[in-house]
Design a protein around this ligand. Structure first.
Ligand code: COA
Length: 179
């Protein structure tokens, strides 16, 4: 499975991506607002093994793709997890590549995939209220803020709030509205 966007190739991970993934996933800048990371080598290996396992499942429920510039190594990930009939979107971009619109471009493609190819009626995403860049990505791809969950994420020993964003098939301007 792979997608081309304007500047990116979104493709499946392989175990050979270890060095590139570990370079961005072991950087503490990416871990401030998320439960995982900064990765140890074992964490990165487990991540790539989990991606491989998900790829092999006949009824796949997790789609984690590498963000690459064509012919380049991964510079981030975008994921869609199917939970209770809905999709949950997630993403990370190498800190040295922030602010170039890569998370927006990749997330937009995953949203289209979820609605058009997987026929999901709703896709949600959460981020910490302080994660301004992430909230902005979700706004830019047309998701709406629908709530705030108090103290729902345990991040390095601290319970943190989550903003909840949602997109329905009908709300997407590019969708036919029939999930
Ligand atoms: C969140 C993350 C994926 C964004 O990646 P990115 O490729 O830099 O995102 P984009 O460039 O597509 O868009 C970022 C937007 O946030 C804005 N932004 C970033 N920091 C900001 C700040 N401190 N204040 C206001 N706006 C900010 C950017 O200007 C841009 O908006 P614009 O296009 O309107 O100018 C990246 O910061 C990241 O990987 N963070 C660590 C992991 C993480 O938090 N993942 C999300 C979990 S919820």
């Amino acid at each position: 499975m792979q997608f081309h966007t304007e500047r990116l190739l979104l493709r499946e991970y392989t175990l050979d991506d270890f060095d590139a993934v570990h370079a961005f996933a072991s950087d503490r800048r990416i871990a401030e607002f998320v439960e995982w990371g900064p990765n140890t080598a074992a964490d990165t290996r487990r991540f790539l093994e989990a991606c491989s396992f998900a790829q092999s499942q006949p009824q796949r429920t997790k789609f984690t793709l590498a963000l690459t510039v064509p012919n380049g190594d991964p510079i981030g990930s975008v994921s869609l997890s199917l939970v209770g009939g809905k999709g949950e979107l997630g993403y990370v971009v190498a800190a040295d590549c922030w602010g170039r619109g890569y998370a927006t471009e990749a997330s937009q493609a995953m949203l289209v995939f979820g609605v058009q190819d997987l026929s999901l009626a709703e896709i949600t995403a959460t981020c910490r209220p302080e994660n301004v860049a992430s909230a902005r990505v979700l706004e830019k791809i047309g998701m709406s803020r629908i709530g705030l969950r108090k103290a729902d994420k345990l991040i390095r020993g601290q319970w943190r709030d989550s903003l909840v964003f949602s997109a329905s098939a009908e709300s997407m301007p590019w969708s036919s509205g029939t999930p």
